[in-house]
Design a protein around this ligand. Sequence first.
Ligand SMILES: Cc1cc2nc3c(=O)[nH]c(=O)nc-3n(C[C@H](O)[C@H](O)[C@H](O)COP(=O)(O)O)c2cc1C
Length: 373
Amino acid sequence: MSHPPGHPRSPMLDLDQFEGRKRDHIELSLKPDHQAAGRSGLDSVRLEHEALPELDLVEVSLATDCLGLELPTPFFVAGMTMGHTAASGLNHRLAHACAERGWAMGVGSQRREFESTEQATELAREGRALRKSAPGAFLLANLGLSQLAGGSPESNADRVLRLVASIEAQALVIHLNALQEALQPEGTPRFRGGLKAIEEMVASIHRTGAGIPVVIKETGCGISEATARRLGSAGVSAIDVSGLGGTHWGRIEGARAVSGSLQSTASATFADWGIPTLDSVRAAASALSDNSHFRYSIWASGGVRNGLDAAKLIASGAHRVGFAQPALRAAMEGENALRAWMEQMEFELRVALFCTGSNSPAALRGRGVHESR
Ligand SMILES: Cc1cc2nc3c(=O)[nH]c(=O)nc-3n(C[C@H](O)[C@H](O)[C@H](O)COP(=O)(O)O)c2cc1C
């Protein structure tokens, strides 16, 4: 039995743990107590109404560039599930709907496939099945930064490219989740050397000529301006700020921890930890406008709950806007409910564009929002 260097744990143990953890995450993310509702900053701002938009609603186009490819909408479903038996149907449903409506779609962490040589073939088969069910989908592969810590740049890059290949992903997402790893009972809070690992990944992928863009995302705690600058210098192609305001991993992991444990008590202390999504988008936009060498686009997720939220984030500088928990909830209701929800998000964004006199998301971007009274 051979294990990749630095990952000596039993893959069978990992399998049980992974399945249980993913099931917990899906169930707990749907509980209102685990949402940092009202903290995104979006409720305290408004867009300026344009009484004379000088365009027809039908003229509004949502088409937006996504890492060099034009997609019909500026939306994405943020990564949630992958390599997890109970949710494979949900993933197919999401991928199918995303392909149909022109949303990008992140899969959940491919950690099991990354760490386990034994299950890699089976997991790669699942990846291929997902791609087959949605050939036209813009898919984003996903792995946590703490999984890269300690691995050599060459072996990390090889294994990551295998994950990308198994779903024929258009981009690689590396997620940052320091608070979650710190409070997760079985967490791996290892982030030393994280920026270097990101720089090396960008450089190695560039060297292979694979042309795969690297996207860095948070998972609900946001990204500061200083960190956006560090990521810009590392050459990343997009930053998904995924800020405070929606699904909160401090709360979720606290609910999974043994009552009265260090993690469970700390979870209450850190229940509102994070940078609000709106502040984080502004921070990433400020860093981007200061440095002409940065080539990242700004993606916004974390507490985005309707099309007007999306418009506010675009006006604040976001190029792409994502939903995790609301997409999961809609997908769980069924295929029709998911499509109806996606259509609703698109319609609301279209109305916001129309009522601000913007014929496209690009026309609204960077216009700013007003503090509401
Ligand atoms: C059930 C669930 C599982 C998630 N798993 C992952 C994951 O594997 N990788 C990742 O990068 N983010 C993961 N996330 C985080 C989301 O991508 C997103 O950053 C976060 O939930 C904030 O968005 P929201 O408020 O719209 O839910 C998960 C979210 C949910 C709800």
